[in-house]
Design a protein around this ligand. Sequence first.
Ligand code: NAP
Length: 260
Amino acid sequence: MDLGLQEKVMIVTGGAKGIGEAIARLIAAEGGIAVIAGRSTADNEKTANDIIAAGGQALAITAELGKVEDCKKVIAETVAKYGKIDGLVNNAGANDGVGLESGSPEKFMQSLQNNLSHYYNLAHFALPYLKASKGNIVNIGSKVANTGQGNTSGYAASKGAINALTREWAVEMLPYSVRVNTVIPAEVWTPLYETWINSLPNPQEKLASITANIPFEKRMTTAVEIANATVFLLSPRSSHTTGQIVYVDGGYTHLDRSIS
Ligand code: NAP
């Protein structure tokens, strides 16, 4: 299936690593232009250069997305280079462990800044260009918005808000033919996941108990599987899909996990 992404300019936040990297690589493999925005210049450039070496198109932009000015810069630099924006993938985020007991009001607000505010800020600043291109937004959420996890209030609040904003923005954007959807991962092996599991007392044991509870094939979702769904939603092949929250999680969130 040709996804029709040739020369489409797609911004991917956190596109240097993990899920974002898989999305950026797939956009480029489909003929689109992957704009990788994230905090590490070296990581962004490494992924962008890999894409270019493989014959694709990519641009790296350094941005600490918790800062409003950096969000503005991502949009300005993209438009300066390509003159348009066709898609925005809000993906950057981290489960930062700001709990009710372990956190503080300041840490909670900081977590919202790192996980939620830039989803709004980038959508806000990209909006004139998305209206012009009849482009679209795909947000990356988390199962934690439905299931809770414990000790992660800021991250859970952010992901819950992202689900709400998916419906809210889809409605607000109806007059402009701008679609808005969200993809929800549950357990995906990425650099972030590896750091988290290794922070636990018995990482291998914990990993085995997690995968044993993933209903479909008792395995983690791959970053490529998340990318496949995301890029399909980004593409004109999904031209009548908006306001949807799509779970790519091996049934983790909704199926009965006690059934083996
Ligand atoms: P990852 O491996 O850490 O990759 C995320 C990338 O985004 C990294 O390059 C990171 O930079 C960058 N980044 C994060 N926050 C940023 C910020 N505020 N400003 C600038 N750059 C930032 O993470 P991932 O596991 O692929 O997660 C991607 C998304 O999927 C997140 O929204 C996460 O909540 C969601 N998700 C993941 C899983 C999972 O199992 N992996 C499950 C549910 C949801 P640094 O490395 O320098 O921090």
